[in-house]
Design a protein around this ligand. Sequence first.
Ligand SMILES: [Zn+2]
Length: 266
Amino acid sequence: MRVLLDGLPSGTRVLDLGAAAGSFSLGRNDLLLVRADRRVPSPRKPGLYVAADAARLPFASASFDAVIANHSLEHFEDLEAALREVGRIVKPGGSLYVAVPDASTLTDRIYRWLGRGGGHVNAFRRPKDVIGPVERLTGLKHRGTRGLFSSLSFLNNHNFTAPPPKRIALFAFGDERCLAALMWILRGIDQRRGTRLSRYGWAFYFGRIAGEINDERWVNVCVRCGSGHSAAHLRKTGAARRAVWRIETYRCPDCGAWNLLSPDDR
Ligand SMILES: [Zn+2]
């Protein structure tokens, strides 16, 4: 997402679509950020909040330079109408970022099992399940795709905003260090066996993207806030520490949570 946000000129209007309490932190204060969702929760991240249905957005045509749909398309009951609305409100030459879960992954299966569906009404199993409808209904051309990795942060008891389902007992009641250890084991199995246990889904870029979309795999995803980093970056910035034997840990640069470090994929 940063490659899109960092390349936007000052004064740009950005829409966080399906924002909940704010689906991302902007990291700069020279953009106009509007966050839209059916309900406006509290507490929430900075931004101008609007209660709106994605299928009928209360904005003028061509009123946003960029739209961010970060983990929201899987929740939209009328996906076609929502994508048409994105195509209407984004300016010609605008940009769109979409992140969705891969419905075939362990993470999405756990999410739906734990939350009895969890509000995921649209299942995407291949990149073309997203790219095709988005291009057709928004008119924005696909520019690149990145694979995303999971941290099971929705199971973390630091992130509970309501009493969790009883099934959380199977995941050590959302204990952060247990989840960090579980993800480290799953990433290790993936790297040795070529499995997809730690995969989450994809990030797609559409329209005008100023920066370069690289295909680096950021397997180290924070168990609390979900931000991804490469092992090389965490070591270079001093966030990583050697614990015992060859095991390394790191403090998340974004939220400070303790995580176990996995090597970058080759
Ligand atoms: Zn974090």
